[in-house]
Design a protein around this ligand. Sequence first.
Ligand SMILES: C[S@@+](CC[C@H](N)C(=O)[O-])C[C@H]1O[C@@H](n2cnc3c(N)ncnc32)[C@H](O)[C@@H]1O
Length: 330
Amino acid sequence: MTSLPGDSSPNSTEHILGDVKFDHLPVMLAEVLEVFEEIEDGLIVDATIGGAGHAQALLQQAPGRQLLGIDRDPSAVKVSRDRLAEFGQKAQVVQGRFDEIGQILDLDGRQLNGALFDLGVSSHQLDTPSRGFSHRYAAPLDMRMNPDDALEAATIVNSYGEQELTDLLRTNSDERFAYRIAKSIVSARPIESTQELADIVRSAVPAAARRKGRHPAMRTFQALRIAVNNELALIEPALAQTIERLRPGGRLVVLSYHSGEDRIVKHVLRDAADGVCVCPSSLPCICGSEPNVRLLRRKVVRPTEAEIERNPRAASARFRAAERLFVGEA
Ligand SMILES: C[S@@+](CC[C@H](N)C(=O)[O-])C[C@H]1O[C@@H](n2cnc3c(N)ncnc32)[C@H](O)[C@@H]1O
């Protein structure tokens, strides 16, 4: 793996992995660093380490800090291990899903001083043509973050019923033309490639929607990716386990990228701040239903215009942060 020249942003990730360029600018980095600036030295988990852009900056911010990175995508694990090698034992990266965070931490009984969730997909995943995440490149309909997972986008596209597809498009991407797209998909089957799918979606939407804004298939691809990776269902249990393992004064930051994700994050944090039980529904309550966090920002924070100019992929980001309370502080 080689570092490329020309990396103008100090924490952008720009590496070659096999024949694929890994280039991801960490989103709302200044806001993330501001939240973690005040916490005590100790362990931070980056639950979605990706190319380690945030992680590297977090390790640079406090020399006494340790970081545990998690990612379900083995190529992200490889790149981030390489990038964080300079920090030696202070940085550790494991492959796993973030809803396994409890098990991962319990292996050595560690508590957290901080946790970061930067949800969704990395630029690396989107820009690797063969992985099928993007309508811009011809590829098989894959979209798995972990290539060992069983479900591929092709299975959903070629086997879900019209109603199931409509619901999926509405829930996962607020697609206005969900029914028309679902109907077109069902009648065009079998659909083999990303480009075929992109063309079918383009033809399915009204002409006016084709002419303006982003590619009309972007939302469909987002909805499929979320379904393939079961993304929404994993957020609540992961955040609940994380809050449980934060030390008093420990802080949590979550970056989400669409309303469906943000709704879940908002509810989990509000419930934890209001004292609603935050334990995973499959387990008995151990949180005592006491308020156990305070919200560090009352409202969702959005990226600045300047950041969006620099990094258009930051445009949809929504930032929320909370701090674990001390016993009796509520
Ligand atoms: C937006 S990127 C993170 C980028 C990272 N903050 C950086 O600065 O490079 C999101 C990453 O989260 C990973 N991911 C998504 N869902 C996950 C899950 N349930 N468990 C673990 N990793 C996940 C993806 O594979 C991807 O690498």
